[in-house]
Write a protein that binds this ligand. Sequence first.
Ligand code: SAH
Length: 389
Amino acid sequence: MTQVYLKKKIAARIFNGHPWIFNNEVERVEGQAEPGDIVEVYYADQSFCGMGYFNPQSQIWVRLLSRKKEIIDEQFFHKKILKAWEYRKHTGYIENCRLVFGEADELPALIIDKFNDYFVIQTLALGMDKWKSAIVQALQSIFQPKGIYERNDVPVRGLEGLPQIKGFLTEPFSTEILIRENGLQFYVDVENGQKTGYFLDQQDNRRAIQHIVKGAEVLGAFTYTGTFEIHAAHYGAKSVLGIDISEQAVAQANRNAALNKLDHIVRFEAMNAFDVLKQWVKDGRQYDVVMLDPPAFTKSRETIQKAITGYKEINLRGMKLVRPGGFLVTSSCTNLVQPDLFLKTIQMAAKDARRNIRQVTFQAQASDHPILWGLDNTNYLKFLIVQVD
Ligand code: SAH
């Protein structure tokens, strides 16, 4: 088997849990590996580091699958997916969950979301994509699912020389799936929805608004399937307005509101949040609770500053719309803005808005997306509630 030897200076990072080896971190490669092949990795002192898959066409040459010398075959993937499932069962994420969260489950670049009897998968690197049929087989044998769908229509696959595709990996099925969450029901469109169709990572955070929304007038922006807003109505809000720029998301959110018989309290409209929040501040509108869950404003380190400006702007506007004593519920889903920087950004927004804020709660993503220490990318979701005076 081909052997990859690391340069001395990167040993600490890899040793401490980071599973990626970049092209400029390899001292030498011994043997002939094809893109996507499994290789053995060694530290500069010749000691064994791990097994991984190799792609010299990508900037990340090796992603580690194991720290043990073991055979990587169909059985390996079965074992790893089973282990990931055991973890979800132990932590109480059973009906709907992120079954595999890539690196945090030692399955780099693999995402599997479970929506009751259906599964949506993404294989985002060549070395993982090669094992797609082994992954499907493992899911078949562990779960006997009603269907598996592939959402590989994501640009990041281009970095690995992979095409963007989506489609069925089993017999076709109706791609609009009904799920339950916190006693509510939601339609999930696994074919045309964003990412894998639904944001499971906020499932626990949605419960965190339970008490603050009672009897409240609520505004939600960046609502997608309307989950936070429908939760707010369910938890006793007086009225809820949700806005999202996508007509498709708004239509789906309104259907979800009706599905839960809450459409007399919550309604969704298609609008650009940046424009309307600015206007509504000018108009002097006020809400008891404002909820913001914008998309990642950046995907690259070069534009972090722009992203921070975006977060600050939108939170500044959101805060201004909160009645004194009310609450701002705000999230950020990019791993490039780490938690301390996010809090600083909110603080800057409060200063500019001339409002005093108090932290009520600060959380990360749900535990079916475990955080791998040593890989900041996995610590990506910030969820903050502040009281605004
Ligand atoms: N809160 C949702 C997830 C939101 S994802 C949940 O819990 O599931 C971010 C959403 O922001 C997407 O639906 C996207 O369509 C929307 N969006 C992006 N830019 C926007 C803008 N300028 N104004 C309003 N919505 C926007």
